[in-house]
Design a protein around this ligand. Structure first.
Ligand code: AMP
Length: 192
């Protein structure tokens, strides 16, 4: 299947996307992971986006649209995959639909993991303590939640209108969320 994961920072998108991709043998395509790898390696893209990522703003569409176009083209038509953290704006959703139309591989679903703001702030603080991500400071987290509301939240209605949306309550134990995600996609047994 070809699935987009949506949800605010800290909702557990990355965790859930990894679990499901591993369980099904699908690719896990996280633009955040790709950008962090580019920053760490000091590539031209990494240098271009570093300051933007560290203050919690969105990098220019051109950067992430190109990364995703390249990966999807490499993967080819039969591959299952999860897009995690992309698209994050309506303009990116449109760029994605152009690539998918070219490849003749429409999306199967958009899984939206919903978590209340107070829970998100606490979760991100815990992740900051564990992973030491530079964009997990309190000020940056507030900015990322704001950016999410402004730019990314409209994608919920966008995919809802296409009949692709599967809304999941993300404020529960990881295993329970995983089995809801699998069930919502018609994957019996909640194998993730
Ligand atoms: P994430 O790991 O998905 O939380 O992404 C971390 C950061 O990478 C975000 O706060 C943005 O600065 C940047 N980023 C990741 N994906 C995108 C995207 N689709 N569009 C723009 N910026 C992105």
């Amino acid at each position: 299947m070809r699935v987009v994961f949506l949800g605010p920072p800290g909702a557990g998108k990355g965790t859930q996307a990894k679990r499901l991709a591993d369980a099904r043998g699908w690719a896990h395509l996280s633009t955040g992971d790709m950008l962090r790898a580019a920053m760490k390696a000091g590539t031209p893209t990494g240098l271009e986006v570093k300051a933007i990522v560290e203050r919690g703003d969105l990098v220019p569409d051109g950067v992430v649209d190109a990364l995703i176009r390249e990966r999807l083209t490499e993967l080819g038509g039969d591959a299952g995959y999860i897009l995690d953290g992309y698209p994050r704006k309506l303009s990116q959703a449109k760029a994605l639909s152009v690539v998918l139309a070219e490849l003749k591989t429409p999306l199967d679903a958009a899984v939206y993991i919903d978590v209340a703001d107070e829970v998100l702030v606490k979760r991100i603080a815990d992740r900051a303590a564990k992973e030491g991500r530079k964009d997990d400071t309190e000020e940056t987290v507030r900015n990322r939640l704001h950016v999410y509301q402004e730019d990314t939240a409209p994608l919920v209605a966008h995919y809802g209108a296409q009949g692709l949306l599967r809304k999941i309550d993300g404020d529960r134990p990881i295993e329970d969320v995983s089995s809801d995600v699998s069930n919502s996609l018609g994957l019996n047994g909640g194998a993730a």
